[in-house]
Ligand binder design. Structure first.
Ligand SMILES: [Zn+2]
Length: 502
């Protein structure tokens, strides 16, 4: 297509011609009328964040998303590109995607004069119209807006003041599209002033050039709320010019949280023909770790606990199950609660510790979170169940050594010695005649649940035994000696020890 054909298509209404804000607004209106999903894959924001974004777009506002890490801010901003037209006519070869009917750069204006209606048109897909920049203190005006390109000038034999020697920054390159700046407060004050001028005047001036470019850009931002509201971090006129401030949040319900994690985590694998299953109670434990972490005083509230914690934890938990199944040559990989402990490396890096937490160490804090998460979940699953028989067995002096490396059949054989234990798999909705890896995982859940609720205890060697409190009541043989070294207490079944590979 050339300029002449485009002009006729615009005149007959075949190709729309409007500003980017108007374009996004019209497309949004159409989606609302059709009752279509506006932000596919964004869960839990239907009644909070999304209506506010819709209002901002309908108002044709630039807006900022304020939220902690892992609250889908970048994802929402990226999905705004989905509200653009599928393709947009631009001057072929123009760095700033000029409107062929009204080019603003010197090169395109010259070409339009020379070539007239024969000026070739290119079609820009919507994804190419979204530009994103992570703000850092070293971002310069040249990066954002543009600069003189002396090499370009020398090659073309031009004066430095010639507009054709300009090197365009990110913002002009986002012309007729969306420009997103993440972590806005990290931008130097001088650059914020530059941005303000652009938002205020609607055009940019590149240092050393007499020209102004009236750009057509929707600007969107993201920031940590405390950074954004801290005095002196954002220049007031810039803040004043941003149309809407929209607060994001972590999932408000367990249901939403589970749905997000299930959508994002890679669990549906097929490693060597092996089926990987993560039972619902394991998923709930993993999700509960994030909820516990977000209210833990030992963890820094300001930086938050990203939804990426349960997502990576779920993936790593599934991998531990996969590894066990491969090594033990089992037919299916079923994740256990003890696999969540093995997934510690996917948890410890996902939060910042307060001083009290630092004293204990990330590993200790993470283990404690898992235990509390298991307690919450198991408490729900075991309501009304009679756990006494199993607790009694331990209090009579029984011990059981099983861990995340135990093959399923092995685990079940040893658990079979504990009266009433295997039957409790029904608490997790599993019956004894189901495949061994499923039953073993459910039994592991019961043991870890009893341990988390402090009904029984567990040694560092992963041996389950009576809790210290009950051993102190005289039912156990020698509580003191047991506390010092449970392995040497006489008369106990030491169970099989975990194998160590040095
Ligand atoms: Zn141009």
């Amino acid at each position: 297509m050339n300029l002449g054909e485009l002009r006729r298509a615009v005149e007959t209404g075949g190709v729309p011609r409007r500003s980017v804000r108007e374009e996004i607004r019209e497309n949004l209106i159409r989606r609302l009328q059709a009752n279509d999903t506006i932000f596919p894959g964004i869960v839990g924001y239907d009644d909070t964040v999304i209506p506010q974004i819709v209002n901002a777009i309908l108002s044709r506002h630039d807006f900022i998303l304020l939220g902690l890490r892992g609250q889908a801010k970048s994802r929402i901003l990226r999905s705004l590109a989905g509200l653009l037209d599928e393709r947009l006519p631009v001057v072929a070869g123009c760095e700033i995607h000029d409107d062929p009917l009204a080019p603003i750069c010197a090169s395109c204006r010259a070409r339009a004069r020379e070539e007239g209606d024969a000026l070739p048109i290119a079609w820009l897909p919507r994804d190419a119209r979204y530009v994103e920049k992570l703000a850092t203190p070293d971002v310069t005006i040249a990066d954002m807006v543009g600069d003189i390109d002396p090499i370009k000038a020398a090659r073309a034999g031009r004066q430095l003041s010639d507009e054709l020697t300009m090197h365009y920054g990110l913002l002009p390159r986002a012309n007729r599209g969306i420009f997103a700046i993440n972590e806005l407060p990290d931008l130097a004050g001088k650059i914020q002033v530059g941005l303000f001028n652009i938002l205020q005047e609607g055009d940019v001036q590149i240092k050393g050039y007499p020209v102004r470019l009236p750009l057509d850009v929707l600007m969107v931002f993201s920031a940590n709320p405390e950074d954004y509201t801290a005095r002196g971090k954002i220049i007031t006129p810039l803040k004043d010019r941003i149309g809407s401030e929209i607060r994001t949040h972590y999932p408000r319900t367990r249901h939403h949280a589970l749905a997000i994690t299930a959508q994002e985590a890679w669990v549906d694998r097929n490693g060597g023909g092996l089926e990987t299953i993560v039972p619902a109670y394991v998923r709930e434990v993993i999700e509960e770790i994030a909820f516990e972490a977000r209210r833990d005083q030992k963890i820094d509230k300001r930086s938050g606990v990203s939804q990426r914690l349960p997502i990576s934890c779920l993936e790593n938990t599934a991998s531990n199950a996969e590894r066990r199944a491969l090594v033990c040559q089992e037919e299916m990989a079923v994740a256990r609660v003890t696999d969540v402990y093995a997934a510690l490396p996917s948890i410890t890096g996902k939060f910042e510790l307060e001083y009290e937490g630092e004293l204990k160490g990330a590993d200790h804090v993470a283990r404690d979170l898992i235990r509390r998460a298991v307690a919450n979940v198991f408490d729900g699953y075991s309501q009304g169940a009679d756990l006494r028989q199993v607790i009694d067995w331990f209090e009579m002096g029984g011990t059981l050594q099983v861990d995340d490396t135990s093959p399923s059949a092995d685990l079940l054989a040893r658990a079979g010695e504990v009266q009433g234990l295997v039957a409790l798999a029904s608490l997790a909705g599993v019956s004894a005649d189901q495949p061994a890896p499923l039953v073993a995982a459910a039994v592991d859940f019961v043991l870890e649940g009893l341990f988390a609720l402090k009904k029984i205890s567990r040694s560092d060697e992963w041996t389950y035994q009576a809790s210290p409190e009950s051993r102190g009541t005289g039912r156990a043989l020698d509580a003191e000696a047991l506390l010092e070294d449970p392995r040497v207490v006489p008369g106990r079944n030491p169970g099989r020890k975990k194998k160590y590979y040095n």
